[in-house]
Design a protein around this ligand. Sequence first.
Ligand code: GLU
Length: 478
Amino acid sequence: MANIRLRFAPSPTGFLHIGNLRSALLGYLLAKSWGGKFILRIEDTDQKREVEGAVEKLLAILSWAGISFDEGPHLGGPCAPYTQTERLPLYQKHIQELLDKGAAYHCFCSAERLEKMRQEQTEKKLPPRYDRTCRDLSPEEVKAKIAAGEKYVIRQKMPLTGDVTVYDELRGEIKFPASDLEDHVLIKSDGIPTYQFAAIVDDHLMEISHVTRGDEWLPSYPKNILLYQAFGWTPPKYIHLPLILNKTGGKLSKRQGDVFVEDYRQKGYLPEAIINFSALLGWHSKDDQEIYTLAELEKVFDIKGLGASPAVFDLDKLDFYNGYYIRQKSVADLSQLCRPYLDAKVNDDQLDKAVTISQDRLKKLSDIKELTDFLFSDQLEYDSQLLIWKALSLDEVKNNLKEIEGLLASISAEFWTREMLEKTILEWIKANDKKVGDYLWPLRVSLTGLKNSPGPFEVAWALGKEQTQERIKLALTK
Ligand code: GLU
């Protein structure tokens, strides 16, 4: 395909919503699958919502996720500038064109008048909609009002009858009755364009071939198409990505859990997991494969796998992916990643050991703290009853621990490996016709103070000979 250009057009509001990451990812993958370009455009015309440093944060989290661009405010490119507030003269020029063509008009209605109008419409159970009072002002009236310094917005002139038919690549043809469309605002009273205007002008000027955006924008689509028609431009193709619902079928909201990618990053979700998970929110492969790295997705992604039905955000699934990618890491890499979640006093050797014994159990990096805290405590606190396995008496527990202590003393620090510990203890248990649980349970509890933990050999190895012996001694005094 020639000249494929897709864009991600976020508003810099502070954090990246997981739904927006999904939009960015699917746009990126489609661009890759067609050998096209992927462009970043910052839509910052709603300055009330703008947050200091938001663009830098946005770039940081996208790059963490592995999504890169060919053009954008940080890279430049043939369509620069890529930040909407730096493009204001372009919108001025284009709105003038629409005014000249009679496709847009000045509206001088005051905020109070509009508020009163809306109240009356609500009382009459009518949809709140601009009543088009200024639509038919004569050019002279408009001129006079502007000369008198009256404030105005500029509205799009919508057709009054008939249907507007649009085509979505995933849904096919959709008809919107013109009577449902409002003469909405294109330029606000401060001269700044709305999303509806700026996005269309930019998509055209940036030669965007395919618009990928969330399907909450579907109701805007007829307005957008009418603007293209008014300008006489050919619209790009539109792909409205399916809605993301929570598990109970509602909207993803902050109340039910994290919605920002930054929150997941902070909790220790890996970019590989977030990417794999997000790609499958609305896309599936021909063979229903579930595990994909970004590099693999770039190779196999295909628009045919995109559907229009809502995708479900299932946190258990994200945990599954995260656990999977955590287990794929080398101990050295995983240690680096886990470092921020542990105390500074934990040294590199301890960190590697902590990671080795908990890698299988980590769902997210931050779990390392809770899972391995026992390794670093100077004095384990636990109830001595926990040491008792099934029908053992306290005396038997003591006896068993003493026997183990003797056995362990015979292993030199140099041979203190998991394999050696396991072999020595299990062979002794077998040779003496003892029960495994009668020995391993008290040993494990004396080393961890916990009901659930990694196994005793791994823990003894991670603790080292000296600490292992100290902890058994301590248990014997309980
Ligand atoms: N600025 C819009 C948003 O952040 C972009 C929508 C679009 O992709 O056109 O949702």
